[in-house]
Design a binder for this molecule. Structure first.
Ligand SMILES: O=C(O)C(=O)C[C@]1(C(=O)O)C=C[C@@H](O)C=C1
Length: 391
């Protein structure tokens, strides 16, 4: 007979091991901050993808000797490197903008505790501030108003979603503000079915949801028989109501992370029609920021062209000639001027670069309005891949 294994003892050992792992992660993080300091002295870019690839290949080889498969090792270290790059970027940004460093920041966002905007705000500031003063708002206009009036330091606004596209209301509002875009963050949207008490799917009779997640989970909801939908003003509101009810027959659509704040747990994970669903948020402030040279930057520009054929093409050709990559082009109607459009352009370039300064002045003759909305660090870190021969 095989030896009797004591589950509690094994779990104790795992707990200790996990704590050791965390201590090692923290030690590595501290070392990469020193790397950032040395890169500031040597004026070297933060990202070094050759070093990343060498590091991954070495770790994959070593992992194999320990019985760890290549994908497991790659996933873990891509996550560690992403954190390292973002931390180093945040450090360089703090040096480039000494006047706006504060351990305490106030942020306005849509909805209450647990909304995706709330989660994005907390994730963004987790490596930049010690304390966040939250201001949950009822509308995008209220967020902008709070920042403009000085009531809060920052506003977090969703700008585009991978399944539903650009968020028109936000594009239309930022056209008229004096605020600058100072940052971005992409938040995964992972809809789950959450409940307050232990229950099973067949017992659920009512689902609380906001209209947007409800629409994004239509395939899952169509499969559920005899279920009543209770529409709510926001996901946070829906979660609060279900938490209050403590009823085994009710559930709510929301994120697992947000649900934790209401002591809800996931009965069903990943119930959205689109499994890869991400929202990009922009952060706005009264004052523009400088982006350190060693960090990849994005600049957001809005322009309206003359009513001449090919004027937009001319603007885009200027960018092409300067070797500037355009990563986004959106058009929105101009209020009060039928059939005229305002173009929103995101380019991968630092506003202080000679190429972009020249491009803006060379585009001007083709435009009757041009304005820079902001320049900020690119927060999206594309993972370095490893040649398939190494996997
Ligand atoms: O070695 C460096 O240059 C680092 O910045 C550290 C590190 C890492 O975390 O391992 C992070 C970013 C670079 O792209 C490569 C490696």
């Amino acid at each position: 007979m095989s030896e009797k294994l004591d589950l509690n003892e094994i779990r104790k050992e795992i707990t200790l091991l996990d704590q050791d792992l965390l201590a090692l992660f923290a030690k590595r993080r501290a070392l990469t901050l020193n790397v950032a300091k040395s890169k500031v002295q040597q004026i070297r870019p933060i990202r070094d993808q050759q070093r990343e690839q060498e590091l991954l290949i070495r770790l994959i080889k070593h992992g194999k000797t320990l019985g760890l498969d290549a994908h497991y090792v790659t996933n873990i270290f891509q996550t560690i490197i992403e954190d390292s790059v973002l931390n180093q970027q945040a450090y360089l940004q703090s040096l480039a903008n000494p006047n706006i460093q504060s351990p305490m920041v106030s942020v306005a966002f849509l909805g209450d505790k647990g909304s995706y905007s709330y989660l994005a705000s907390h994730r963004y500031f987790s490596r930049r501030a010690e304390k966040i003063i939250e201001s949950g708002c009822q509308s995008f206009a209220e967020i902008l108003q709070q920042v403009e009036s000085g009531q809060v330091d920052y506003g977090m606004l969703p700008i585009e979603n991978t399944s539903s596209g650009g968020i028109n209301e936000v594009y239309d509002l930022i056209q008229h503000t004096s605020l600058s875009i100072v940052g971005e963050i992409t938040q995964p949207i992972k809809h789950c079915l959450l409940t307050a008490v232990n229950t099973s799917l067949d017992k659920i009779k009512t689902i609380y949801a906001h209209g947007q997640p409800f629409a994004q989970c239509s395939n899952f909801l169509d499969k559920q028989k005899d279920i009543r939908i209770e529409y709510c003003d926001s996901t946070a509101d829906a979660m609060a109501q279900v938490a209050e009810l403590q009823d085994a027959t009710v559930a709510v659509i929301g994120s697992e992370e947000g649900g934790h704040l209401y002591k809800l747990h996931a009965l069903e994970q990943s119930i959205a029609n689109q499994k890869e669903n991400h929202t990009r948020f922009i952060l706005v402030a009264r004052k523009a920021v400088e982006v350190a040279e060693q960090i990849p930057a994005k600049t957001a520009i809005i322009l309206a062209t003359d009513q001449k054929a090919g004027a937009l093409v001319e603007c885009l050709l200027v960018l092409k000639e300067k070797g500037i990559n355009m990563c986004k082009l959106e058009s929105r109607p101009i209020q009060g001027r039928p059939w005229e459009e305002m173009f929103y352009i995101d380019v991968e370039a630092n506003l202080t670069s000679f190429a972009l300064q020249e491009a803006i002045s060379e585009m001007s003759p083709y435009t009757n309005f041009i304005k820079v909305l902001g320049c900020y660090p690119i927060e999206h870190i594309t993972p370095t891949s490893v040649p398939s021969s190494e996997l």
